[in-house]
Design a protein around this ligand. Structure first.
Ligand SMILES: [Zn+2]
Length: 100
């Protein structure tokens, strides 16, 4: 796994949480409980929802997707919010910043 995909992380002496899943993790006091919760959650997920490497929709770079909703790499997602803003502007009545 090498730090990718669902994983158990430690926050404090007795605080364990599972990252990399669509479900928000409870805090566990015991690592083994966090591990078993993680495995139960992973078993519930359809494969398409598992975090995995994807090609960015925008630039084609490989990146680790955090979930099914996550289809663009970090830089493109930041750019994407600009693009979305532009698209909203273009589809609205006020046109601005259409030229480069
Ligand atoms: Zn990208």
């Amino acid at each position: 796994m090498r730090g990718t995909g669902p994983r158990v992380v430690r926050y404090g002496d007795d605080d364990w949480e599972v990252l990399g899943l669509p479900e928000a993790s409870p805090i566990f006091r015991v690592k083994a409980e966090a591990e078993s919760w993680k495995q139960a959650q992973v078993a519930l997920l359809p494969k398409s929802r598992l975090p995995r490497m994807r090609s960015c929709l925008c630039c084609g770079d490989e990146f680790q997707s955090e979930g099914y909703h996550h289809r663009m790499c970090g830089p493109c997602r930041r750019l994407g919010s600009d693009v979305a803003g532009m698209a909203a502007t273009i589809s609205g009545t006020r046109l601005r910043r259409v030229t480069r």
